[in-house]
Design a protein. Structure first.
Length: 298
């Protein structure tokens, strides 16, 4: 979160991006060079048209195209974030295509995804709205495919889930590490999607950010977890006491010290099986069994 200047409300006007221009160009060049999709975290941005500061996320496709952008809706009032930034007024759901290479056969996989920022994950009704929008988008894409291929058989059953991956960028500090973990696991379970969450690690403005970036599957299982600056022991094995999984973590040259503690720059890698999405949605039909007329979130 706010990787261009750090999570701060100081001197935002001096260091922020303007209309996302520098950030977008930087991410486009990287995505095009390496032929990868980049979820751009968030940056401090000044919208010159609206004359407002934003905590802005941008996501770039493998050909350098902008897939989606999102301005943080839930600004963190305890840190006075709302005194500088203007909140966004809508979430964004987008689609992209991945190619799996299982058994040397490339399969085309459509992926519905969305990005949120830090404090957003404390609002389950917000994330559920995103998941429902993902369901609507998946229905639209299915209709398009059926109309493009007249010989295909139309699906008469209900689509059992929409949002495939929720990406989260954050500047989440101690002492709320367990909130971070439990909230992310809950969002994955209740919306039957993968959660890929990246957190700051280090010190700024008197806060120590707790790291522990996570990838969680729709069953709520932590597939991989990064370390944090106050961890007593870094291990490449799972820690059963805390259910913390350190696996396939690559430490970089950016290691530093925070007080008496180590803080490591890390790269976490994990493969996601979309078969898990199908499995849980067939077993537990959450989105088919809702009764929204009974409950309201006002």
């Amino acid at each position: 979160e706010m990787w261009n200047i750090g999570f701060t409300i100081n001197k935002v006007d001096q260091y922020c991006d303007k209309d996302g221009a520098e950030t977008k160009q930087f991410l486009k060049e990287l995505a095009s060079q390496y032929k990868v999709m980049i979820i751009g975290g968030s940056v401090a941005n000044y919208d010159t048209q609206q004359k407002i500061y934003q905590n802005l996320n941008m996501n770039i496709g493998s050909e350098g195209q902008c897939l989606s952008s999102y301005s943080k809706v839930h600004l963190f009032s305890p840190s006075k974030e709302h005194t500088i930034f203007t909140r966004g007024n809508q979430y964004k759901v987008a689609s992209t295509t991945f190619f799996s290479d299982d058994n040397n056969q490339k399969d085309k996989l459509d992926c519905i995804f969305s990005s949120v920022i830090c404090y957003d994950i404390r609002f389950p009704e917000f994330i559920r709205s995103i998941a429902l929008a993902g369901l609507d988008l998946k229905k639209e894409l299915q209709k398009q495919k059926e109309s493009e291929n007249a010989s295909s058989v139309s699906s008469t059953g209900k689509i059992q889930g929409g949002l495939d991956i929720l990406f989260v960028s954050a500047a989440w500090p101690y002492p709320r590490l367990q909130h971070w973990r439990h909230l992310l696991i809950a969002r994955a379970i209740e919306n039957q999607c993968f959660v890929v969450a990246v957190n700051n690690c280090g010190e700024m403005d008197g806060l120590t950010f707790c790291g522990h970036s996570l990838i969680i599957d729709p069953w709520g299982e932590v597939l991989i977890e990064g370390s944090g600056p106050l961890d007593d022991v870094l291990s490449n094995n799972s820690n059963d006491d805390n259910n913390i999984h350190y696996r396939e973590i690559i430490k970089t040259e950016g290691d530093q010290r925070i007080g008496n503690h180590s803080c490591f720059d890390e790269i976490l890698m994990e493969s996601l099986s979309f078969d898990i999405l199908k499995d849980i949605r067939q077993r537990i039909c959450v989105f088919n069994d809702r009764f929204p007329e009974v409950y309201h979130c006002n």
